[in-house]
Design a protein around this ligand. Structure first.
Ligand SMILES: Nc1nc2c(c(=O)[nH]1)N[C@H]1C(S)=C(S)[C@@H](COP(=O)(O)O)O[C@H]1N2
Ligand SMILES: [Mo]
Length: 313
């Protein structure tokens, strides 16, 4: 049997005890206060470094989920497939210093940039965005980041660049989920150039004005608020400009369920989950109607004028 470090055993015990406690507390409370137990199954992330930020005019005004909720309920399959796995398994992840991003493809400035280079002279903004996962839950997340457009301009894409592809770090030693075949690794996502240049599209480096916790995609991840959460690729190490539409890891895994566009659309059901309603976490049963483009339609619907969004899901 593989040796389990004692720290992990302690974590596991903490987790199981906490679960049992929550289960009995829920039973005692009756069915009235149904909170998702996975939201409390792990310790929240340690706080990061405070960033110098300004509030963005593009920030929403919904009340954000708590730090605890946002750092204990995650999808990051590199660290396991259950919502509470990343908080536990990403704890030891050490993003390489300096973090480098390779710039490839149809652009003048191919090469590598460090994250420090990218952030030099860049204003960091706080933006509260709604987040909708295709699985039917939603949260409100106070990101800290900057427009993806700022990085793209600096790469000087050629006139042939019609799409941008992003790739997550591949590191089997630090990312145990990459030893499984739930997805093709490394995780790959993409955007059409106009989507990538849209002012709502950001690269996030922080949460609540502090550096990103590992489980949320440290040190750099994509956020596209009108699309399903899976477009928001984490721990990005490569940006590539392409003439043709790239193929994402989720399209490879299940093309009927995960399209390239992935615009939030209550009228197009996923084979396993309705998209008409969502559960706003932490409550599992407080359902609200899902809005087209996750409520950002006024700002982005024109990008898709004339497109059949039933076919281009
Ligand atoms: N590399 C990578 N990025 C990823 C994922 C993943 O498994 N691996 N999961 C996606 C999904 S399905 C969602 S809903 C969001 C979750 O982001 P959060 O944990 O910060 O809420 O990350 C997305 N980005
Ligand atoms: Mo998701």
């Amino acid at each position: 049997m593989a040796k389990i470090p004692s720290s992990e055993i302690t974590d596991k015990r903490f987790y199981l005890n906490r679960r049992a406690f929550i289960a009995s507390a829920l039973a005692a409370a009756g069915a009235s206060a149904i909170v998702n137990p996975e939201l409390h199954a792990q310790q929240p992330a340690a706080h990061g470094r405070r960033l110098a930020t300004t509030k963005s005019a593009l920030s929403g005004s919904d009340t954000p989920n708590t730090w605890e909720q946002l750092t204990t309920y995650n999808n990051f399959y590199e660290f396991g497939t259950s919502k509470s796995d990343p908080a536990l398994n990403a704890r030891g992840f050490k993003p390489k210093e300096p973090w480098t991003i390779t710039i490839e493809g149809e652009c003048a400035k191919r090469g590598t940039l460090t994250l420090e280079d990218v952030l030099k002279g860049q204003t960091l903004e706080d933006r509260i965005y709604r987040h909708r996962c295709v699985e039917g839950w939603s949260m409100v997340i106070p990101w800290t980041g900057f427009p993806l457009a700022a990085l793209i301009k600096r790469c000087e894409p050629t006139s042939r660049a019609a799409f941008v592809e992003f790739t997550t770090l591949l590191d089997r030693r630090q990312m145990p989920g990459q030893g499984t075949d739930v997805l093709q690794w490394p995780y790959v996502e993409g955007l059409r150039m106009d989507e990538a240049m849209h002012p709502l599209t950001i690269l996030a480096v922080g949460l609540y004005g502090e550096t990103l916790p590992n489980q949320n995609g440290a040190p750099l991840r994509l956020v596209v608020p009108w699309k399903y959460g899976f477009k928001g690729i984490k721990s990005i190490v490569k940006v590539r400009f392409l003439e043709k539409q790239p193929v994402s890891s989720w399209q490879i895994a299940w093309p009927q369920a995960y399209g390239f566009y992935a615009n939030v659309n209550p009228a197009v059901a996923h084979p396993r989950h309705t998209q008409a309603v969502e559960a706003r976490l932490p409550s599992l049963f407080q359902r609200t109607k899902t809005l087209p483009f996750n409520g950002y339609g006024d700002q982005v619907a024109s990008l898709y004028a004339g497109m059949d969004l039933q076919r281009n899901y």
